[in-house]
Design a binder for this molecule. Sequence first.
Ligand code: NAD
Length: 493
Amino acid sequence: MIERRDFYIGGAWVAPQSGAACDVIDPSTEEPFAVISLGGQADTDAAVAAARAAQPGWAATSKAERSELLARILGLYKARAEDLAQAMSREMGAPIDFARTSQVGAGAWHIKSFIHALDMFEFDRPLGSHAPGDRILMDPVGVVGMITPWNWPMNQITLKVIPALATGCTMVLKPSEIAPLSAMIFAEILHEAGVPPGVFNLVNGDGPGVGTQLSGHPDIDMISFTGSTRAGIAISKNAADTLKRVHLELGGKGANLIFADADDTAVKRGVLHCFQNTGQSCNAPTRMLVERAVYDAAVETARAVAEKMEVGPADREGRHIGPLVSATQFDKVQALIQTGIDEGARLVAGGPGRPEGVNRGYFVRPTVFADVTNAMTIAREEIFGPVLSIIPFDSEEEAVTIANDTEYGLTNYVQSQDGARCNRLARRLRAGMVEMNGASRGVGSPFGGVKRSGNGREGGIWGLEEFCEVKAVSGWHEEAACHTHGHGGCDCC
Ligand code: NAD
């Protein structure tokens, strides 16, 4: 049993002041393999106080100092890649090869990308030639409370911690209590890289405990949250009394519009993307909308891909998918598969229960439903499991209507060889992101949604701006400005 009961506060690992023990479960075996503590108000207060005390000093560092720190973090992150992969694989069930490449890789990609974005970022900008005495200063927002989910642990944590460090913010991170171990390794990396005491703090806890204490805390300036829409609403309400800024990255119900002129691999690509990470991705293309002329062929391809998809334990190497993360998720996905059948969708592959021969672990069968209507529960709710819903359409207009008829708006996808149509749809789909013909978004592209998918944008320049306050200054003396430091107008040189 791994024991990781301490929190990282003020630059050291400290024992909890009021920590209840919490088991971390291996979803492949359903057995606990580690124990952490769930913090209480005194632990949260101590972490917030440490972050508050460190804030002025950290805000006064130069852009170059912070950039060098990020480079050291990247080097150490790569050196600890295998530790991070093993931790994530065990705590949230990502098959080890997928954990090594995608889960760990996503974090490295973000750190690298933010180093580049920081290099280009202007903390001190002229308003325009019409107002030479005006200056726009991008100040750090202050102390940030960060609350992250279990499904892409390093992806979510680096998307918050790295831009906060880069912009001069200090922070308290509460990782998911379901997958906390990789976050604690990340804290070790930051410590070794030389992040000054108090700049980064980590307190483990659950939503009703540390999560709620952070969102309502009077000494926190901003909450950056990734997780469910349910929790995003609770956090927004609890943060309202202190009027802190709330940045939300929430759930999704992505539509993948497949037209008759789509390339030959579009359907297969869509199914694999839906099942990736055992369907536990906010941007998963879970509603496959298919033009009637190629509908039957698409259903057949989806069936074949799902039936070939292997499911297996997280510690086994290979390209299979792993279990769902928890008993709660297992029960939820099983219930939704049953609801799909009860509401009249046509089950094409998979179905309720575990895969054949498996009687332990939160494993589910890769499942495909056809003849789904957009009114059915499986087309409306975020399932967060390897379950694909296929819906036919007859015209581009109808496809857009179905795609936009959802509470969510994170990522939509378009598959068509008609360039004009693609561009038209990119404008008409109501979502934070539109990905077309399998082209992934480039380095520095902002990630985020609209409607119930949230309001934040993470990554690149936009990801840095999220952690800044825009300060407008008039009567600026350009001849006296400091050009060594990133914030403009210090007294040092
Ligand atoms: P969750 O909302 O249950 O938990 C996420 C985090 O919030 C955890 O750390 C949890 O302890 C905390 N939390 C829960 N209730 C809280 C409350 N009332 N106050 C404060 N904190 C609270 O979500 P999850 O099950 O861990 O993650 C899955 C969800 O995350 C899915 O809905 C998925 O779509 C979403 N997600 C979104 C993105 C994105 O960028 N849009 C990325 C990944 C995951």
